[in-house]
Design a protein. Structure first.
Length: 131
């Protein structure tokens, strides 16, 4: 299984410590400036409602999902391929595009991610937080 959820952070730590990429909902209000959305003071890791990709599965994630998760915004404001070691932010419009691509392409384990994205429809996009 590529994507993991945990009932608690203790469960996550027992499974793999902090060796995860985290897919997290952006809870900033719509209209929030990008600088604030990407601010290190704004982003907190290890949410119970996040999806996690274990370090051993990162290459598989990138191979299956790298082109789907394109053009995320980095903390420096630039965009590009998935940064597996930094912050990637996707707007609500990009998140909808990701969900559409998942439904069309159906890569391995896509349904877990697609279902999770549906729970983020009322949020201000998503983050992919690297190691």
């Amino acid at each position: 299984m590529l994507f993991h959820t945990f009932a608690s952070q203790d469960e996550r730590r027992k499974f793999g410590g902090s060796a995860f990429m985290e897919l997290q909902k952006c809870r900033q209000k719509p209209g929030t400036k990008l600088e604030k959305i990407l601010s290190i003071e704004t982003i907190t890791h290890w949410k119970n409602d996040s999806l996690y990709v274990y370090i051993d599965d990162m290459e598989g994630f990138y191979a299956l999902y790298g082109k789907i998760f394109r053009d995320g915004c980095y903390q420096n404001g630039e965009r590009g391929v998935v940064d597996c070691y930094g912050v990637n932010y996707y707007t609500p419009e990009q998140t909808a595009r990701i969900a559409k691509a998942l439904a069309e392409e159906k890569p391995a384990d896509f349904q877990v991610l697609l279902d999770w994205l549906k729970t983020a429809e009322n949020d201000n996009g998503i983050y992919l937080l690297g190691l």
